[in-house]
Design a protein around this ligand. Structure first.
Ligand code: GDP
Length: 360
């Protein structure tokens, strides 16, 4: 699937750059163009393979919006024509989808990404997806509350929102900040493979996935999740039947970007590896297992020929918002928002001391 990527905010820019770099290093050619948008100049200066666009210069002078996502919304609204102008022709001419990437807990990405998605929907006919990073459990209340509002708005605006939970794709015990490198690397590789898997590969069997299967899986809208796992494979496909099943189970049950998301409206199972090593029977069995497990009748499947001694499974879920994980997150975000409001009431009460008079 040929995509144009637009990263908004710090995390958005860094992940976009990683994705563009991975796609170029692998020679996939799925990423057609990449742009990073930010209100913080230093964050843009640290990127080198993507085009950049500074917004809100007159409001925040290149210093960013802090954790104020309402200000993030405002600066994107004010400069939206410049951002669309920066995309015109360069980033979007050959794209089959546009993907807006952002950390949902901060300010510029959290507030700006939904505005950008909304405006892209007015201008382009191709689907506009969001790739959103959810704050981990231990990130502060402001992050949770910001991400809740951003996610709610993205779900209204985007054709589908692929969620990566910051608690999902790193090792236990590693701090979230320390894990950013690992997480970003995995996002680049896994999401990068998903984009590339939808690219037609000349001269290989007819079971190869194409772009329309990715797009049709995401047509369910709402929340999407991505799972991934690999195992060492044999050169003989008959010996890989169980391996195809094992990697598919691991991808859904332990390798997903949204832990515990197993209920979905639609799914796509991509088995990646040497074409001769991919077991037809194993792929079909794993696809049927995925149907049972997700409760979806719409489970697509296909191969992705890749020069590797491993067999990998990539599971894309569409319409996964009913999962416990999303519900638990929204609850956390609501609580954080309420706590913030209570806190501000308390401060006001503390100063409502009528033994002191106001100055004016
Ligand atoms: P912005 O620049 O104002 O949009 O804010 P950030 O992009 O820093 O967003 C903050 C949120 O994104 C928090 O939930 C962070 O944990 C998360 N975040 C920041 N940087 C990274 C990163 O490099 N990788 C990942 N996975 N998450 C990040």
């Amino acid at each position: 699937m040929k995509v144009a990527l637009i990263g908004v905010g710090q995390a958005g820019g860094k992940i976009t750059e990683r994705l563009a770099r991975f796609d170029a290093n692998m020679d996939f050619g799925a990423v057609q163009g990449a742009l990073a948008v930010n209100s913080a100049k230093p964050d843009l200066q640290s990127l080198d393979v993507v085009d950049t666009k500074l917004i809100g210069a007159d409001r925040v002078n290149g210093h960013g919006v802090g954790g104020d996502n309402e200000l993030g919304t405002e600066v994107m609204q004010a400069d939206i024509q410049q951002v669309l102008g920066a995309l015109d022709g360069r980033v979007t001419s050959s794209a089959e989808a546009i993907v807006v990437v952002a950390g949902l807990g901060g300010g510029t990405g959290s507030g700006g990404a939904p505005v950008l998605v909304h405006n892209l929907q007015q201008v382009y006919d191709v689907p506009v997806y969001a790739l959103g990073v959810l704050p981990g459990r231990n990130e502060g209340a402001l992050y949770q509350a910001n991400a809740g509002r951003s996610l709610k708005t993205l779900l209204r605006e985007a054709d589908s929102t692929l969620l990566i939970d910051n608690d999902a794709w790193h090792e236990q015990g590693e701090s979230v900040e320390g894990a950013f490198e690992t997480i970003n690397d995995r996002i680049a590789k896994r999401v990068g493979l998903l984009f590339a898997s939808g690219e037609a590969v000349e001269g290989v069997g007819e079971s190869v996935v194409d772009s329309s299967e990715v797009i049709n899986t995401l047509r369910a809208g709402g929340v999407a999740a991505l799972g991934y796992a690999t195992e060492v494979a044999s050169e003989d496909s008959a010996e890989n039947i169980n391996t195809a099943m094992t990697v598919s189970r691991q991808a859904l049950l332990t390798g997903t970007s949204l832990p515990d998301a197993t209920t979905a409206d639609s799914a796509l199972l991509v088995i990646a590896g040497q074409p001769d090593a991919i077991p037809r029977k194993g792929v079909e069995r794993a696809r049927r297992w995925l149907e049972d497990e997700t409760g979806s009748m719409q489970v697509r499947g296909g191969d992705f020929p890749l020069d590797s001694d491993r067999l990998g499974a990539l599971v894309l879920l569409g319409g996964a918002e009913r999962s416990d994980r999303v519900q638990a997150f929204m609850e956390r975000a609501r609580e954080a928002k309420e706590a913030q409001e209570e806190e501000s009431t308390d401060h006001a009460e503390e100063f409502a001391d009528d033994r002191l008079e106001n100055l004016f």
